[in-house]
Design a protein around this ligand. Structure first.
Ligand SMILES: Cc1cc2nc3c(=O)[nH]c(=O)nc-3n(C[C@H](O)[C@H](O)[C@H](O)COP(=O)(O)O)c2cc1C
Length: 342
């Protein structure tokens, strides 16, 4: 148990160092915007609101699941919650696995509802924990601790396989997700943690009733690198450090499924600017999510840090929309992007 707590603490410390970012790109740099020299838009009228799961948020950014489950995590979750409440943004708490095993850790999660009585908050559990069933009591513990609006299931086989103490059996995760969708009283979202979701995997998840997919592709935080640093294997050439499908490739594959069915598509993994956000929306995402820049800004400057980051991104997105001749994010589409030629 103490191991999980220490691991979660190490993760925060390691992910804020640049050495744990992917060497391969998320793919957004392969595009530039189709600049509109005659935008016919007033920047003051530009709206950044975006809709996910029927909720309207102030901006198309989900604060990705990160922390909870060790003593210092409570204050970090409190800052994220306060920030999201003030800015009308959705967020997810980190994996609640430790809390299921040790109830004294519940406070590090439940603090978020105290700080954010109205915000959209997602619970979080690993797909591996769903193998062989996940009781209704456990679902209730997860959701009631934060009065969750949704449950996020994270898929992280790469990360588990890099952890000496990690899980090795991934048989039964899809069945577990299917059962969770049936038993949960809130929508189920599924995300990767940085290695990406392919079209093949997306189809299987949508077929069992998952409502929203967060691709969490390669190009941002590399969990292979994080785990290899954590276990003192600091070899930067570790053969799995760059394993994963780049975020843009995930979007290109999965967005084609939107022609046949309706579901939410979140782009994450290497979202590092408003430019990345706008490009992701042009490539078919309905929403985006980000983790590392958020935890970094909080560790450097607390609530002010995350607010400053968001204000910059919001300001930039309004300028981008104006320069593309759009007055709202829903107008963004593939015609606003040009692919660079080699
Ligand atoms: C410090 C930290 C802790 C994380 N813990 C979790 C977690 O508990 N559950 C989860 O689903 N994802 C977790 N993630 C993964 C992120 O939600 C995200 O999918 C991944 O880092 C890729 O996004 P990024 O490139 O913006 O960092 C964590 C990320 C960070 C930076």
């Amino acid at each position: 148990m103490a191991d999980i707590r220490q691991r979660k603490k190490d993760h925060v410390e390691l992910t804020i160092t640049e050495g744990t970012q992917y060497s391969q790109s998320s793919g957004f740099d392969r595009y530039y915007f189709n600049h509109n020299a005659l935008p016919e838009v007033n920047l003051d009228d530009v709206l950044t609101e975006a809709v996910l799961l029927g909720h309207t948020f102030s901006f198309p950014l989900f604060i990705s699941s990160m922390t909870g489950g060790y003593a210092d995590a409570g204050p970090v979750n409190a800052i994220i919650a306060e920030f999201c409440e003030a800015n009308n943004l959705p967020f997810g708490v980190g994996s609640q696995r430790a809390m299921l095993e040790d109830k004294t850790l519940t406070k590090t999660f439940s603090i978020v509802r105290e700080k954010a009585p109205n915000a959209f908050i997602s619970a979080n559990i690993g797909g591996v924990q769903l193998i062989n069933g996940f009781s209704k009591d456990k679902i209730m513990l997860l959701t009631s601790s934060v009065e969750a609006n949704a449950i996020i299931v994270h898929l992280n086989p790469l990360q588990e396989l890099m952890q000496p103490e990690g899980d090795r059996n991934f048989k039964g995760v899809l069945n577990g997700i299917e059962q969770l969708v049936k038993d949960a009283h809130v929508p189920v979202l599924v995300k990767e943690t940085g290695a990406g979701i392919s079209k093949y995997v997306a189809k299987r998840l949508l077929n069992v009733g998952v409502e929203v997919l967060d691709v969490a592709g390669a190009g941002g935080t590399s969990w292979a690198k994080v785990e290899n640093y954590r276990t003192s294997n600091k070899n930067p050439n570790h053969t799995f450090n760059d394993w994963g499908i780049p975020t843009v490739e995930c979007l290109k594959q999965i967005s084609t499924l939107q022609w046949e069915r309706s579901f939410g598509l979140i782009a994450s993994g290497g979202i590092r600017s408003a430019h990345d956000i706008a490009k992701a929306l042009c490539l078919g995402a309905n929403f985006t999510a980000s983790a590392q820049p958020v935890i970094k800004s909080i560790s450097e400057s607390g609530l002010e840090g995350i607010q400053a980051l968001f204000d910059d991104w919001k300001n930039d997105l309004k300028i981008i929309l104006t320069l593309l001749g759009c007055s709202s994010v829903s107008e963004l589409n593939s015609s606003h992007l040009l692919e660079k030629t080699a």
